[in-house]
Design a binder for this molecule. Sequence first.
Ligand code: ADQ
Length: 746
Amino acid sequence: MSANENTDGRLVVVSNRLPFTLKRAGDAWRTDRSTGGLATAMGPILKRTGGIWIGWSGDSSDPQDERRQKTLRRWAERERYFAVDIPAEVAEGFYEGYSNQTLWPLFHQFPSLLNFKPEHWQAYIEANQRFRDVVLEHLRPGDIVWVHDYQLMLLPQLLREAVPDARIGFFLHIPFPSSPIFRLLPRREELLQGLLGADYLAFHTFSYLQHFRASALRILGLDSRMDRLEVGGRSVRLDALPIGIAPGEFTELLEHDAETIARRDELRRRFEGRRVLLGVDRLDYTKGIPERFRTFRRLLKQTPELRGKVVLIQVAVPSREVIPMYKELRQEVDELVGRINGEFSTPDWTPITYIRRGIPPTELAALYSVADLAWVTPLRDGLNLVVKEYVACQQEGAGVLVLSEFAGAASEMGEAFLVNPYDEERTAETIERALALPLDARRERMRALHKRVVRNNVFAWGDRFISNLREASSARVDNFSEQPQALPVEEAVAAFRQAGRRRLLLDYDGTLVPYANRPQDAVPPAELAELLSTLAADPATAVAVVSGRSRGDLESWFGDVRGLWLAAEHGAIMRSPETMRWEPYRPTYTSEWKESVLTVLEHFMDRTPGSLIEEKEFSLVWHYRMADPEFGEWLANELVSNLEQMLADTELRAYRGQKTVEVKPGWANKGEVLARLSESAPRAEFCLAAGDDRTDEDLFARLPEDAWTIHVGDRRTRAKYCVANSHELRRLLARFAARTESHAAG
Ligand code: ADQ
């Protein structure tokens, strides 16, 4: 059974456009087929799986018109296509504006074409909200929602907010740009957050995935693994999944459709004795059409023997024509065709046949099958389906493929001739070489390509996406009970009040105060010492600051607070409020190891501008909060693996903290603090521990079931509850303290 046939929940596809486009024709309404990669790919999947498709009709005029409504109702009843209505003024800012004049050029590495207007952004938000509303109208429990492409990057998060346990996947059909380019984007944070509402996020190639991870790290500070990213206590699964085509749709036409077969034979006769070079594209500046024509001109110029022997057929379907850049491109291409044909044509040969419109599938299949060379040279392309369509139509063929290395498909098409389309001189040489390749060699290459295109077809792609999405969202749903709940503040305050004896175990950095770039700058404000002092003044409440900090730091900040327990260096050394003496956990400990570890850390510090080393009694810490984030993470991994080998036979361990790597004895951990506290302080009915990083998890793990464990932040945790930041935690402590004060006064 394919993953798609799963019966639990329907597939809800959401994309900007539906496979149909609504066109006004005078007083009537016409339904046209949409062209473009997405409709081509998803059509066959939905046909096979069932489910519904939600998208914009393409028309914004007159939503009240009875005949228009009737047409849309027919789409819904017959095809299960549900249209989102977008008013004209919103559609313009959303589609022609932010989507196609901001996102499209930037994601395709044309930052100089970026045109940003705040009102376009507003329209983009509004359009995404309209899509959300229509999805919510149709969504049933258990459904999986598959959101497509750059026009709907806010939708996953909008849906997540409305239905927290919805199953949401997102696929990006265009490239994800490298992080220095992505950073240029106005509203980049919101876009990343929008995407991270999904359970499963997939791109065509690993390099796009890496770019996304780099941007999440640099812009939102979110670290990730190759296959997942943790955010808001959820896990977002990441993947690279190049799209395929439905090869059968083409081979079927070529084998059984009389019209296609007749057309193919006719074309063969017509071009007999000539080699056919073929380009098929949407008329878009990313597709490299002018560059291709210029290269062709160069080829004809430098290799006169090819004149009369080759023809270039270029099919280009116009799109987005209201955007000035596209109009200019159309003109430029028209002119180039005219110039080249004028320069080289003879009475019985025209070098370029230019078809500026969409052509039907029968014609397309016939062209693909007669072409001797497919010339697919986008300047940048998410993947490019034309390559795969061409290969599918060359079952027994000997055609060659010349492919741009900047198309996502290049990473799958090892047997193609790869070119840099900006380098017109070398591309011309490659075309010449490809044409000169002996028949057997061409056949062999094509056979390998063909096999791959057939195997990695669109159904395999869809199945994988859907089953990965199901798995990712089920893992989330199963883990739901393990996720921390937002702290019920009133309940906590009431429990605190009712208890006869209480214990508070509080981490310092990231918990009582926010992080600073340099550890010495995270000094507590005066009111924090006062707050702790008020809490600790009540003999029924034992309060401990349990930190990774040195005893010197804790002493200087809280040394005067009466009644307060201090545990420094993760509990390696503690001061009780009675004796006021610092007592190490292991009195026999020596720090001879430091010298050799320091040499390693210094080596890393020298390589990493902005990083620093902190030396404490029991540990050494490398801090890289101010370093370049990716470089820092990368080196931290390298450092930990170096240290692990070096420390394997010792009691020392290397730990990753929040932008730190710390080397300390394994026994110096916060879990041990509890045991020591229990020896001297009586058992409490109310026990609360709060912390934000991995070292605090040791403490949470040791606490009894009924303890109030609180994670500060949004990472994965064992804690039962969470609060957003140190500010919220201190507000809670202030509520406890208020009670203590009034109690003391009363
Ligand atoms: P597109 O930019 O639309 O898709 P592409 O992948 O080449 O680019 O798909 C174009 C589709 O339109 C093909 O199926 C092709 O046959 C059809 N087409 C193009 N010109 C035509 C014409 N003149 N007549 C008829 N049909 C024509 C986006 C991304 C791509 C990505 C796809 C799918 O930009 O990089 O491959 O989505 O993810």
